[in-house]
Structure formats: structure tokens, C-alpha cells
Ligand binder design. Structure first.
Ligand code: NAD
Length: 478
């Protein structure tokens, strides 16, 4: 058995029951053994973060900068190795995994810089002689609960601002992908993060996550995951009147208009729908296509899908890695069957396939002849499954695109400036892409959605300060 990767609580590595981290490209391969935290571990982590907050909240910005910068440097220097771990635990391809790792490093660098840019305001009072200052302070102990599909980027984009703005943390990564979160915490600790500032408790959501949600000592929770769990986070947070932030699911549309460049349309939608095995919250699963280009587009996209190599995530030449685990594969296959039963036409893919090693390999699936009211167009599948909805014109396309409870990302492929501009203004989504895949975002600008996709302030960029700090207005009569 490989070495146990322990939880990190109050500056100590703490063991306990282990859980194997299985490679979805080869289920015979154990990526590593990771501790399964208990409720007592989670409580100890919250206590450690509470103690550490007293000093960390007053720590100097040079110290915070240096730790974040050094952490980013080390992640970048080790991006091939960490990317390999990511590809083996989650299943995205090696180039995707290395790219995600580099992005995590850049996020740490960005927030290292933000520590030096913290500023407040001084305003005159409406009462003469009184001075008003507006300053930002850390929120306190923050619980960070993360999903499996971005094992390093999402922990990074919550940890880095939490630390930069002087908070202390209890991090609970997703059960399926503890390896990358463990690696970041190990790097932070070796680069000088004082004990108790970040506490890592790997384990089950219903055990570790639940303790975080129920504890009145946790002053804020930043959550990314499914809508169902997000609602639990919201309900529990209201009970203790804490700040919370939710990033959840999507049913993201990409519109393809008659005037689109066909090549751009095919590359954009193939990437949006199928890369990273379609397991991105920003993936496009609804392709809304106008009548004149519909047949050409479907034919070209189907041909492109047939060229996509589905195989082991670390094998050179793989375009699409495996689905993350058996239960996600079952969900994907269930929705493929639902789409067939609802009358959709399966143009290509949709079968489970065998490769050299046992894994969860699924051919990317494309449906045509679907309508907006079908379940395949309403519910998030979270796999390599996309459906085409044929529409008459731009106006109908926009209405269909917005006809969803979700509002994370929304895309359009067009050469019309008029339609692109109108869409940017009228798409009901937090992020809009013109002639670009809906997935794939920058690390220095806000990320987040509207409607059922998100709740609370945006993540990333300077907007992260909205969640990870609290504003104080002071009045002084000198
Ligand atoms: P999930 O909701 O099952 O789990 C997310 C996290 O919550 C995990 O760490 C899990 O252990 C924890 N959790 C589960 N039950 C809990 C409980 N009772 N109390 C506290 N924590 C609990 O989601 P997932 O399957 O890991 O991720 C897939 C989902 O995440 C998809 O819906 C996807 O769209 C979404 N997602 C959204 C974004 C975004 O930024 N909008 C990004 C990535 C993924």
C-alpha cells in the first residue's frame, strides 16, 4: 500500500482511516491513499482556524505576499508532475491537466499581488470636521468546499484570496480528487504558512462538510458543486447567519447562426461540449442552431467528434479522457437513454467503450431533433453529451438560450456584429463568449453566473475581495 496522505489540522499532519484514490482511466491503479476525516477532525480543524485567525488576520502583507508567491512558483515549477497527478485522479487529458495546474499557479501569483494592492477610502462626512474611512477586514474562519472536476484550480481560486485577505481556512476537497488539494496544502505549508491558517480535512461531504456547515464558528462558506448540495449550504448558512457563496451547475447554450464561420462553429462547440469529457460547469450542452446552417453544421460536427480519440488521460494523442467514476458514467448513460426515449436522434457516439485498461470510457454523444422542453435540454448531465435544437432565427435562438433556470455561461458563433452585440447584452448569463468556447476563462477577471448557477459575490480577480473581506465604515472626530 502506498504512503498515507494525511489531513493537516492545526499545523500537524493527522492520520486516520484511508481511502484509495482510483484512476478512472485504469481502475486497477490506486493513485494514492488519502485520509478520510471524521467529524472530530473537522471540529478540530475549525478550532485550529479560529485560534490562528487571531494572529493571521493581523499579519503583514509582505508575509502573505511571499507565501502566495512562493506557492505559485512551486506549483508552476512542478506543473508537469502535478498535472500528471491531476490527470490520473480526475481523468482530464494531460495537456488539460497541466494547463489547469499552471492556472492554479497564476491564481496564487495574482493574489500575491493583490495583498500589495489592498486599499480603503477616506471620505468627508456630511457633518463638518468628521472623517469617514471605509476599510476592508478579513471575514474570519472560512469553509471551502470544492467539487471534483477542477481538482487544483477551484481549491486555488478559493484558497489564494482567503489567505491573501487574512482569513483562516478549513478546506474540504471532493472525495474523488483529494490529491491535488493535498499537494497545494503541502506546498503552502513548506513555503511558510503558519500553523492553523489552512486546515485540510479530506473526507465525505455528509460527515466533514456537514460539520463545517453546522458550525457557528465558521464565518463564511465558499462552495462549488451541485445545486442540491448548494441549497444545503444556503439553508445551513442562514441558520447561523453567515456569509456564503455558491457556484453551481449549468445548462449552457451555444448559438450557431447562419452567418457563422463553419470551422469556428465546429471547433467552438466540439471544445465546449466535449473537452474535459464535458465535465465542466461551463460546458455547452445545448447547441442552438439556425435553419440554413443546421445540416452542414451537424454533419461537420459529427465528423469532428468521430476524430476525437477517447482513451487513457495520460496517453499521448488522447483528446477525451474517461468519465470520472461509475456513478457519473451511469448518469451520462441514463441521460443518453432519456434523450432517445424523448425522440432525439443520436447522430454519433453514446456508447461505453473498452480500452487497454478498465476505465469509464464513453464516446462523446451528439443528438439532433431535440426540443427545448425535453429533459436532455433542461437538466445538467455533466458528461460528453450535447443536443442540437434547430431554430428559425436569432430571435428564437436567444429566447431558447435564455429559457433555462441556469445562467452560468452562454455563447454565440456569428460574424454579425449586430447579433453579437445584442447577445452580449441580452444573454442571461454571468459569462458570455462570442466565437469562443463557453469553457475556458481567464484567472484575473470575475467568474460566476446568474439564476440557479450562482449565489453571492463573484469569484476570482479583484472581485474576490467582495466575499473574502467585510467592509467597515469608521467615523472619527479628531
Ligand atoms: P457535489 O455537490 O456532489 O459536491 C461538491 C462538494 O460538496 C464535495 O466536496 C462534496 O463532498 C461536498 N458535499 C456533499 N454533500 C455535502 C453536505 N451535505 N454538506 C457539505 N458538503 C457536502 O458536486 P460534484 O459532483 O463534486 O461537482 C459537480 C457539480 O459541480 C456540477 O453540478 C457542476 O456544474 C458543479 N460545478 C460548478 C462550478 C461553477 O463554478 N459554477 C464549477 C465546477 C463544478
Amino acid at each position: 500500500m502506498s504512503e498515507l496522505h494525511k489531513n493537516y489540522i492545526g499545523g500537524e499532519w493527522v492520520g486516520g482511516d484511508a481511502r484509495p484514490n482510483i484512476n478512472p482511466s485504469n481502475t486497477n491503479e490506486v493513485v494514492g491513499e488519502y485520509a478520510q476525516g471524521t467529524a472530530a477532525d473537522a471540529k478540530a480543524a475549525i478550532d485550529a482556524a479560529t485560534d490562528a485567525f487571531k494572529t493571521w488576520s493581523l499579519s503583514g502583507i509582505q508575509q502573505r505576499h511571499d507565501i502566495l508567491k512562493a506557492t505559485g512558483d512551486e506549483i508552476l515549477a512542478r506543473k508537469e508532475e502535478i498535472g500528471r497527478l491531476l490527470a490520473r485522479e480526475e481523468g482530464k487529458t494531460l495537456p488539460e491537466a497541466i494547463g489547469e495546474t499552471a492556472r492554479a499557479a497564476q491564481i496564487f501569483h495574482f493574489f500575491a499581488g493583490e495583498t500589495l494592492r489592498m486599499a480603503g477610502e477616506i471620505l468627508p462626512s456630511v457633518r463638518p470636521g468628521i472623517e469617514v474611512t471605509v476599510t476592508r477586514e478579513p471575514v474570519g474562519v472560512v469553509g471551502l468546499i470544492t467539487p471534483w472536476n477542477f481538482p487544483i484550480a477551484i481549491p486555488a481560486w478559493k484558497l489564494a484570496p482567503a489567505i491573501a485577505y487574512g482569513n483562516t481556512v478549513v478546506l474540504k476537497p471532493a472525495d474523488l480528487v483529494p490529491g491535488c488539494a493535498w499537494t497545494i496544502v503541502d506546498i503552502l505549508v513548506r513555503n511558510g504558512l503558519p500553523k492553523g491558517v489552512v486546515n485540510l480535512v479530506m473526507g465525505r461531504g455528509s460527515v466533514v462538510g456537514q460539520v463545517i456547515l453546522e458550525s457557528p464558528k465558521v464565518n463564511a462558506v465558499s462552495f462549488t458543486g451541485s445545486v442540491g448540495t448548494g441549497k444545503k449550504v444556503a439553508e445551513a448558512s442562514i441558520q447561523v447567519m453567515r456569509k456564503f457563496q455558491l457556484e453551481m451547475g449549468g445548462k449552457n447554450p451555444t448559438i450557431v447562426l447562419d452567418d457563422a464561420d463553419l470551422k469556428v462553429a465546429v471547433e467552438t462547440t466540439a471544445n465546449s461540449a466535449f473537452f474535459s469529457t464535458g465535465q465542466r460547469c461551463t460546458a455547452s450542452s445545448r447547441l442552438i442552431v439556425t435553419e440554413q446552417i443546421h445540416d452542414k453544421f451537424v454533419e461537420a460536427l459529427a465528423a469532428r467528434i468521430k476524430d476525437l480519440v477517447v482513451d487513457d488521460s495520460i496517453k499521448q494523442g488522447t483528446h477525451i479522457g474517461p468519465v470520472v467514476d461509475q456513478s457519473q458514467l451511469d448518469q451520462d448513460l441514463k441521460y443518453i437513454q432519456i434523450a432517445k426515449d424523448e425522440g432525439g436522434t443520436l447522430v454519433v457516439g453514446g456508447d461505453r467503450i473498452e480500452r487497454e485498461n478498465p476505465g469509464f470510457f464513453l464516446q462523446p454523444a451528439l443528438f439532433t431533433g431535440t426540443t427545448p422542453d425535453m429533459r436532455i435540454n433542461k437538466e445538467e448531465v455533466f458528461g460528453p453529451v450535447a443536443s442540437v435544437i434547430k431554430v428559425k432565427d436569432y430571435e428564437e435562438a436567444l429566447a431558447v438560450a435564455n429559457d433555462t433556470p441556469f445562467g452560468l455561461a452562454s455563447g454565440i458563433v456569428t460574424t454579425s456584429l449586430k447579433h453579437a452585440s445584442h447577445f452580449r447584452r441580452n444573454a442571461e448569463a454571468g459569462m458570455v463568449m462570442v466565437n469562443l468556447p463557453t469553457a475556458g476563462v481567464d484567472y484575473h477577471v470575475p467568474f460566476g453566473g446568474r439564476k440557479a448557477s450562482s449565489y453571492g459575490p463573484r469569484e476570482q480577480g479583484k472581485y474576490a475581495a467582495e466575499f473574502f473581506t467585510t467592509v467597515k465604515t469608521s467615523y472619527t472626530q479628531p
